[in-house]
Design a protein. Structure first.
Length: 311
């Protein structure tokens, strides 16, 4: 039977999460599952292959980041539609219902060739399983901020109508191969954070729309607190926000964005974290700004104390 849908996830030191995701994916001859192991410390690729012989597991000897790992999956995939999903997510329900929901997303893209990507509803797994994503609001061209529609709200069916959205969510997004062929693969210059927003801009510039469709709900185990103010996250958010502006905002407005981020946001964050004795986080903010001007893209390593290391 011809493969119609390729489900792609990236694993990095997350064996048990990845196993739980695989076991939640409905089985069908028209679906292939691809796991890209992004240089996990242990040989998790071999273990995944042993446990799930039906899954295609690709081992990368280096950590290629979110985009690079998914791009390896794209190269190996056969489907006309590709569903990119975080390994710390799960699908709930019986096999038939989950399969029907995935097929409905595929049909949604099939019926309208102007739509290049579609995202399901995202809900967290903790507490009352509040909504994480029901579409995005547009990103401000000055502050570089936007909102996830419905974030933190209880799901009472208030976001059960499909609608266009300016950006796809990296935790779960289905993209047609035609859109990828026109827009290109995910940009690897970010390594971590902002790549799905940038890819959304690429897809839209290629002439495709992006939609939110709650016919499928994906449950995300993302923590409420872990790493939200870590040096690693701070560094990549700081650097990549500026990089996104460079790639997507035209001058002279881009210079206003730079001024806001560099002379207002960065000093404010540095002072705030120093006051909280989070020196490593303050250092990461400064490093993010400096590396942007130095043209550093892609991966940067961090020491245990939060210092940015050379490539």
């Amino acid at each position: 039977m011809r493969i119609e849908l390729s489900i792609i996830t990236v694993n990095y030191n997350g064996l048990e999460d990845t196993c739980e995701l695989i076991e939640s994916i409905p089985s069908d001859e028209s679906i292939e599952v691809i796991v890209v192991d992004n240089a996990s410390k242990a040989d998790e690729a071999s273990e995944l292959s042993r446990r799930y012989p039906q899954v295609r597991v690709i081992r990368s000897d280096t950590n290629l980041g979110f985009a690079g790992g998914n791009n390896l999956g794209i190269e190996a995939s056969q489907g006309d539609y590709l569903f990119f999903i975080n390994n710390d997510t799960i699908l709930k329900g019986n096999n038939e219902d989950k399969l029907k929901s995935l097929q409905s997303l595929v049909s949604f893209l099939k019926k309208d060739s102007s739509i290049g990507a579609v995202c399901p509803k995202l809900r967290f797994t903790w507490d009352t399983q509040p909504i994480q994503y029901a579409g995005y609001t547009p990103l401000s061209s000055v502050t570089m901020r936007n909102s996830s529609i419905g974030y933190g709200e209880s799901d009472c069916g208030q976001y059960d109508t499909p609608h266009p959205t300016p950006y796809a969510h990296g935790a779960a997004m289905m993209v047609s191969r035609k859109a990828i062929a026109a827009a290109g693969v995910m940009p690897t210059c970010f390594f971590l954070y902002y790549e799905e927003l940038d890819w959304s801009m690429m897809i839209r510039r290629a002439g495709f729309d992006i939609w939110y469709n709650p016919v499928l709900t994906v449950f995300h185990k993302e923590s409420r607190t872990t790493g939200q103010n870590s040096p690693l996250r701070t560094y990549y958010i700081t650097r990549n926000r500026l990089l996104f502006a460079r790639r997507n905002i035209k001058a002279p407005r881009r210079w206003l964005t730079y001024a806001y981020l560099i002379f207002l946001v960065a000093p404010r964050d540095i002072i705030k974290n120093i006051a909280k004795r989070k020196v490593a986080v303050s250092r990461a903010t400064l490093s993010g700004v400096c590396d942007f001007f130095r043209g550093v893209q892609g991966f940067r390593a961090f020491s245990p104390k939060g210092k940015v290391q050379g490539k």
